[in-house]
Design a protein around this ligand. Structure first.
Ligand SMILES: Cc1cc2nc3c(=O)[nH]c(=O)nc-3n(C[C@H](O)[C@H](O)[C@H](O)COP(=O)(O)OP(=O)(O)OC[C@H]3O[C@@H](n4cnc5c(N)ncnc54)[C@H](O)[C@@H]3O)c2cc1C
Length: 391
C-alpha cells in the first residue's frame, strides 16, 4: 500500500484529497494517473490486492495506444503482440477471416493493471488496495468515503469517481432500478496455443462466444461469455458447461481439450449490457460502472480509458475554478453520450445476433459476400485514437 498525504485540510478533521476513486481497474487507475499529472491529490481504493487476474479478453484496441505510451507502457520492450487479423468460426464448420481496420495489442490485465498501480504510486497517488469502500456520504459540497482500511476508514474528498466495474457497490447513491435485461457469465484462463500471434479469434457456440488471442510472454487469453441460464442448467459447473455448449464448435473443442492451461479459470457473473446512469449525487461514474459494451466489440477497456480522460478533464476544470460542481455531472453525461451511445447501440445489436446460431451464420455469409460490411460493423463499434490529455 502506498500512502502520500498531499491535499487540503478537511473540514472534518484530517487531510482532504482532491479526488477519491472507488475501484482500481483501468478506468480508476488511469483517471488517477491523469489527475496526478494535472497536479491534483488522489486516493484510490481497490478491494482486491494487486496483482490479480480479471475476467477480460485482453485485446486492447489501438484507440488507447497514444495514452498508454504517454503513461509509459513499454509496448515494444515487452514485445506485446500486435493483433491485426480477425477470424470467426461457427459450429457448422464455416469461418470468416479479415484484416482488422484498427487492430489492438494483447496484454493480460494481471500485468497491465499492476503496471498502472505501480505507476500511480510512483507518481504520488495514494493506492489503498485490499480496501473495500463500504459507503459514501456528503458533507457540505464534499464527500466522505468510508472504507474497511485499518487506518483510513474515513476520508474526505472534493470529487469522487466511481470506477467499480460492472457490479456497482451496494450503497444508496449507486442503486439502480429496472436492470431487467439478460444476464451473462464471463470466464477467462490463460493457455499455450498454436495460433498466429497477430490473430484474434472469435468462436461462436449456442448461447455465447469465446475469444482467443496472444498476450505477453508467449501466453494466450482464452475467454468466453455465456448466458447465465446455460450455466444454471449445468449447476454452475464450468467444465460441464464447456463440454455441453462450447464443444459444439469443433475449433473450441480442440482448444479446450488440447491447449495446456497456464492459469486456473476466473469467472464473473451478473454481466449485463442495458443502459445505466453516468452520474449521481455529485459523483461521476467511469468505465463499466457507467455502461458496459458487449465484449465482442473488443472495446470495453478503451471505453474505460476514454471515460477516464473525459472525467479528469472536467474535474480539472472544476479544481481550477472554471466549472461549478453543479454542472459537472450534466456536462460529463453529455460528453459521455456523444462518445459512446452510438457504439453501444451497435454492439448490443451485434450481441443479440451472436447469441443465435442461425443469425450468426447469416451474418458471416454476409461478411463473406460484402467484406465492407465487416469493416462497417467494426468502425461503428469503435472510436478513433483517444487524445492524450492537454491542460
Ligand atoms: C468476458 C469478457 C471479455 C471481455 N473482453 C474484452 C476485450 O477483449 N477487450 C476489451 O477492451 N474489453 C473487454 N471486456 C470489457 C473490459 O473487461 C471492461 O470494459 C473493463 O475491464 C472495464 O474497466 P473498469 O475499470 O470500468 O472496471 P474493472 O476493470 O472491472 O475495475 C473495477 C475495479 O473496482 C473494484 N471494486 C469494485 N467495488 C469496489 C469497492 N466497493 N471498493 C473498492 N474497489 C472496488 C474491483 O475489484 C475492480 O478491480 C470484456 C469483458 C468481459 C466480461
Amino acid at each position: 500500500m502506498g500512502i502520500s498525504l498531499v491535499g487540503h485540510r478537511s473540514k472534518k478533521d484530517g487531510i482532504m484529497k482532491d479526488l477519491a476513486i472507488i475501484g482500481g481497474g483501468l478506468a480508476g487507475l488511469i483517471a488517477g494517473l491523469i489527475a496526478r499529472r494535472m497536479g491534483h491529490s488522489v486516493v484510490l481504493y481497490e478491494k482486491k490486492g494487486y496483482p490479480f487476474h480479471k475476467v477480460c479478453g485482453e485485446y486492447l484496441s489501438l484507440e488507447s495506444e497514444p495514452i498508454l505510451r504517454w503513461l509509459g507502457l513499454p509496448i515494444e520492450e515487452w514485445k506485446l503482440p500486435l493483433l491485426t487479423q480477425f477470424r470467426i468460426t461457427h459450429p457448422n464448420g464455416r469461418e470468416f477471416k479479415a484484416q482488422l481496420p484498427l487492430g489492438g495489442i494483447g496484454i493480460s490485465r494481471f500485468t497491465l493493471d499492476h503496471f498502472l498501480q505501480a505507476k500511480l504510486m510512483e507518481e504520488g497517488g495514494t493506492v489503498l488496495d485490499n480496501t473495500r469502500v463500504t459507503s459514501i456520504s456528503t458533507l457540505d459540497n464534499n464527500h466522505i468515503i468510508i472504507s474497511d482500511h485499518p487506518e483510513f476508514q474515513e476520508q474526505e474528498a472534493r470529487i469522487v469517481f466511481t470506477a467499480a466495474g460492472r457490479n456497482r457497490p451496494s450503497f444508496p447513491a449507486l442503486q439502480e432500478t429496472g436492470q431487467t435485461g439478460k444476464r451473462y457469465v464471463g470466464v477467462k484462463l490463460h493457455v499455450s496455443a498454436d495460433i498466429p500471434t497477430n490473430q484474434i479469434e472469435l468462436h461462436h457456440f449456442p448461447g455465447g462466444y469465446c475469444g482467443i488471442s496472444a498476450i505477453e510472454n508467449g501466453g494466450y487469453c482464452l475467454c468466453y461469455l455465456i448466458e447465465e441460464s446455460m450455466i444454471k442448467i449445468c449447476r454452475g459447473n464450468l467444465e460441464e458447461t464447456e463440454q455441453r455448449y462450447l464443444h459444439q464448435n469443433p475449433t473450441l473443442k480442440r482448444y479446450f481439450t488440447q491447449f495446456p492451461k497456464l492459469t486456473e479459470r476466473v469467472s464473473t457473473a451478473g454481466v449485463f449490457f442495458t443502459a445505466r446512469n453516468v452520474h449521481a449525487d455529485g459523483m461521476l461514474f467511469l468505465g463499466d460502472t457507467a455502461g458496459m459494451i458487449p465484449p465482442l466489440a473488443g472495446n470495453g477497456m478503451s471505453m474505460a480509458i476514454h471515460s477516464a480522460v473525459l472525467a479528469t478533464n472536467l474535474a480539472h476544470r472544476h479544481f481550477t475554478g472554471s466549472l461549478g460542481k453543479q454542472d459537472l455531472g450534466m456536462l460529463y453525461e453529455s460528453e459521455w453520450n456523444q462518445a459512446f451511445s452510438g457504439r453501444l447501440r451497435m454492439a448490443r445489436t451485434l450481441q443479440s445476433i451472436m447469441e443465435k446460431p442461425g443469425m450468426t451464420a447469416l451474418s458471416m455469409a454476409a461478411f463473406q459476400a460484402f467484406p465492407g460490411l465487416f469493416r462497417l460493423a467494426v468502425s461503428q463499434t469503435h472510436g478513433t485514437k483517444i487524445p492524450v490529455p492537454v491542460w
